[in-house]
Design a protein around this ligand. Sequence first.
Ligand SMILES: Nc1ncnc2c1ncn2[C@@H]1O[C@H](COP(=O)(O)OP(=O)(O)OP(=O)(O)O)[C@@H](O)[C@H]1O
Ligand SMILES: [Mg+2]
Length: 340
Amino acid sequence: MNGYPREQIENGHSFENIVGCCELMQEIFRLVKKVSPTTAPVIIQGESGTGKELVARAIHKNSRRKSQKFLAINSASLPETLLESELFGYRRGAFTGAHTDKVGLLESANRGTLLLDEIGAMSKHLQGKLLRAMQDGEVLPVGSSERIKIDTRFLAASNRELVEMVELGEFRKDLYYRLNVIEIILPPLRDRKEDIPLLAEHFLRKYHREQRWGDPWPWKESAPKSLSKPAMRKLVKYRWPGNVRELENVIRRALIVSSGPVIKENQINLKGPVLLNISGRPDLLSMRYRDAKKIVQSQFQRAYVKRLLSECGGSVSKAASRAGLSRQGLHQMAKRYGLK
Ligand SMILES: Nc1ncnc2c1ncn2[C@@H]1O[C@H](COP(=O)(O)OP(=O)(O)OP(=O)(O)O)[C@@H](O)[C@H]1O
Ligand SMILES: [Mg+2]
């Protein structure tokens, strides 16, 4: 077989499903092991897809709280009032629609760990409330006059630099210092290219296992597929704006489209579906200008053509003349975006 030589995911090159052999990741493994048994808050920073949530889970799993809950909430995914209810809970009758009591996450995660994901998206008002809860070890549900004692460990993740947000006045300095006892910064994948072969191998195995349950004889031993050398070179050369998540998706796709035991270079499709970060927005600022522009451009094109065609009752000629485009050009665009 002329596949890329298999490396062993051993020798300390992985920790709690986090794979990495580069010095930076080794340092992160050491740090995670050190901070886990403490109750210190940790800020985990890194671009989208670098493994922040994975690290947060590893911290919880290696702490004395591991048999308790690990809960996570993404501040960017909810409007402020909903986020407040989710975090702090409320008492029945606190506002219209509050028919029953709701226990907030700060309280639900009592004795466990709470990951505040994309904490930079939290409003200043909620930042203040969170700071108070952390300082006092108590929460005050909305509409309640009774404080509840909590012993929750806080982890925070952000794909924006919080120090910078503090300087810009977008993030409370006092909360930043409260949270920032330990800071773990996950490097972008393009700065640790030596990890790419190891990660690729990790995902080949992971999805091999998953795919086998679709086999007619899933219990029959079969070896995971491997990557040809040119295919691996292609992966190592690429810049990975969506980081490890993007690599994972690329491998998963390649496994589906390839048939033989070795994945070839032309079966590696780097221009797959646009990567969205967890809040549903592409993380444009972590990409090269050219790549970001391409994404925005294609989103615009798709939306424009879709609206245009629907307003013209699906007639390409009518739509083309209205938009001042050639019929052929418009037809191609519609085809590219799967619009009929
Ligand atoms: N070092 C790693 N080893 C193995 N898998 C990884 C690694 N880093 C990330 N992943 C995988 O990549 C995907 C994205 O990781 P994760 O959700 O932790 O990223 P994130 O930094 O929280 O991203 P976002 O900012 O978009 O929320 C997950 O499927 C995770 O398992
Ligand atoms: Mg995340």
